[in-house]
Design a protein around this ligand. Structure first.
Ligand SMILES: [Zn+2]
Length: 437
């Protein structure tokens, strides 16, 4: 029986001092249920025994080999070297790969890592490792010298050992599929930091009043409007997060209400410290924050990939609006029938509205108006219209014509000025997209 394990261990130890873990790691895929430290320790003992045997059988070269490798092997070789060749044992340098830091970094990463997992209310985590370049290079050199081919990387060992020891403390588990956080271990520095995944909730909001913005809109004199985002701040407080972001499927004008179906959105809480708050509690906090002006429904947890789906979805989904429209000189039944015939099913050619030109590129969009149903109001030059339109059609401009930038328009068909004085979104099409997995 030849021993390629011993041969490659000797090749590595002839050139590099290696701690038990870093030697054992060269053979990580041999044997089961042992730590690399146990492997390294065992290989060192058997190697010393084998060299000792050869010396006892008169092999002069074996004694030279043993004496010269002893500093790299370490303490376990001391007694036999001193016995065979008194006074020739020398202390070796620190481990060529880990600098002797591996044990202590693993131990301290577990301490600090556990504290962080608890502080951020994490149950499912993964461990990542940031390796200094020098360590990776030393690891490659030693692997090359040993030529073993059954090893694993120091990164893999740190990840596994830290993960295993954290799990053994209880209350946490390694989860590669849906971790709540990643612990990053610096090696050999030993620092640990935590990347906490956001909380994501599928939800809906209703804006029951006008002049409410979707995003928080700060000015030196305080917020410009009350906002959907601001209404959600109690959720931020409840979860102990650092920041809250609303990913809504589109947005209505500040002065439009959002009624009916409500608008789908994903609420994101960044760096939360409390993750397991029941949806009903979050919803109650949000509704308290909405002060009766904004209502919320929290539906389920969401996945990160669904954020993009919600945002993409906004572009073309159907929406139903209620508009209160003032018409110069009043409106008759003949007018509303004329509007319906001219515009229902029509493709509206719309240049970017002049009111948003300062922040949006000037493009031409084509959006279909699926249906239009207007009723004149008694005793006033007003009509109430229910419109179903392709997402992205600007309704106020469809009414006014925006100086000819939107065609056709209510004003163009009627031959008189028309202005949308109230707008409500009453329904937003929503496929409830779900990310795979
Ligand atoms: Zn080492």
């Amino acid at each position: 029986m030849d021993s390629r394990v011993l041969e490659s261990a000797l090749r590595a130890l002839s050139r590099y001092p290696l701690c038990d873990r870093c030697l054992g790691r060269l053979f990580a895929r041999l044997g089961r249920g042992w730590s690399n430290r146990e492997r390294g320790e065992a290989v060192k003992r058997v190697l010393v025994m084998e060299l000792h045997r050869r010396v006892l059988e008169g092999d002069e070269a074996a004694l030279k080999t043993l004496v010269s490798a002893a500093p790299n092997i370490g303490e376990v070789a001391r007694d036999v070297v001193e016995h065979l060749s008194p006074g020739s044992y020398r202390e070796g340098g620190p481990c060529a790969v880990c600098g002797g830091r591996l044990e202590s970094v693993i131990a301290s990463a577990v301490e600090e890592g556990y504290r962080l997992l608890r502080a951020y209310d994490i149950e499912r985590f993964v461990v990542g490792v940031r390796l200094e370049r020098g360590v990776a290079m030393a690891e490659e050199e030693v692997k090359l010298a040993a030529g073993a081919g059954y090893g694993e990387s120091i990164k893999a060992e740190i990840r596994r050992e830290v993960g295993k020891l954290l799990v053994s403390r209880g209350g946490v588990t390694v989860d590669f599929d849906s971790p709540e956080a990643t612990l990053m271990v610096e090696f050999p520095g030993g620092g640990v930091d935590i990347q906490v995944n956001s909380l994501l909730y599928k939800a809906r909001y209703w804006k029951l009043a006008r002049n409410i913005s979707q995003a928080y809109w700060p000015t030196p004199e305080g917020p410009r409007y009350f906002s959907v985002e601001q209404a959600l701040w109690p959720v931020l407080k409840l979860t102990g997060g650092e920041r809250l972001v609303v990913h809504a499927a589109g947005r209505e004008d500040v002065d439009a209400r959002m009624l009916g179906s409500g608008r789908p959105m994903i609420v994101e809480v960044k760096s939360p410290r409390r993750r397991r708050i029941p949806l009903e509690e979050l919803e109650a906090a949000a509704n308290a924050g909405g002060k009766g002006l904004v209502r919320f429904r929290f539906e389920t947890a969401a996945k990160r990939a669904e954020v993009a789906l919600y945002k993409e979805e906004t572009a073309r989904v159907r929406k139903v609006y209620r508009a209160l429209v003032a018409v110069e000189g009043g409106v008759s039944e003949v007018d509303v029938e004329g509007l319906r015939r001219a515009l229902e099913g029509a493709v509206i050619m719309q240049r970017t509205p002049s009111r948003v030109l300062h922040r949006r590129p000037d493009i031409l969009r084509r959006r279909r108006l699926y249906s239009l149903d207007c009723s004149p109001l008694e005793g006033a030059p007003l009509m109430e219209c229910i419109l179903e339109a392709e997402g992205g059609l600007y309704i106020k401009e469809l009414v006014s014509g925006d100086g000819g930038r939107t065609r056709p328009s209510f004003a163009e068909v009627l031959g008189r000025e028309a202005v949308c004085i109230e707008l409500d979104v009453v329904w937003v099409e929503h496929e409830a997209p779900a990310a795979p997995g």
